[in-house]
Design a protein around this ligand. Sequence first.
Ligand SMILES: Nc1ncnc2c1ncn2[C@@H]1O[C@H](COP(=O)(O)OP(=O)(O)OP(=O)(O)O)[C@@H](O)[C@H]1O
Length: 288
Amino acid sequence: MNMTSNIPAPTLPIATPETTPASVRARSAIELQAASVVFGTGETAVTALSPTTLKMASGEFLALVGPSGCGKSTILKLVSNLIRPSAGVVLVGGREAAARKLRIGMAFQNPTMLPWLTIEQNVMMPLKIVEPFKRSYRQDKKGAFRDRVHALLKQVGLGDFANHFPWQLSGGMLQRSNLCRALIHEPDLLLLDEPFGALDQFTREELWQIMQDLYLDRAPTVLLVTHDLREAGFLASRICVMSARPGRVISDEPVTLPQPRDIATIYSPEFVEMTQNLREMIAQARSS
Ligand SMILES: Nc1ncnc2c1ncn2[C@@H]1O[C@H](COP(=O)(O)OP(=O)(O)OP(=O)(O)O)[C@@H](O)[C@H]1O
């Protein structure tokens, strides 16, 4: 399913994967060098992440899987610079604490739409607050921004819901809006923490396809945390498995299936074998 043909030509001088210089794209390469995280001190200290080494190239789609509490979300927080490592180094684009210089999009399990704003206004929010869009927004370019929001909403099948309020949408529709809000400002780096976790299987599969289209269209660097091994296999170009808390990466393998993938792929013997292997690794990690 490729919906890119529905998008009107961009009306703003916004970077696309084709126009973004390699130097800019390289800024979103990620590297953890023996990075560890301890929350708290003394007797109440919790080691959330063992020294972890992980490298991601710009434009890569990496899925992190592992037992509950092993430190997956902690890695997202490190990469986004919400927290600093207790030891080791986290580099984004080759520099420490550099995430704030990047355009980052985030989507979590529970979409946090502002209930008093319409879907259009919610999705527009990053354009209001993130440079360079913020400057143009102030210069009354709202018409162009609105066109951009509508094009993206249309791409995910929400073209007719721009003026609805969040409470008028289903869970799946809210998750689509959530993805739109995470992508509207053309992020270099997309951090996804179980973004489809609360959805039924059919809606989830539909959103995997939408996510895949958006990724192939825009090529951001994506770090996806998920418990759903099929989701990891369907979307990612690489899967890292973590050990139980305090976690570290115990397996790091590419997903060799060609992209774009369709839903039938997840029933192929190759795919089933891959997810079974991942499942066994996680089951072992949980019990050890
Ligand atoms: N701010 C905090 N203060 C204290 N402990 C924390 C904090 N944040 C996370 N932890 C602990 O660190 C560990 C790792 O948490 P994290 O959220 O990274 O795990 P996770 O792998 O994402 O878990 P899940 O799959 O269940 O979402 C957990 O034991 C958690 O309780």
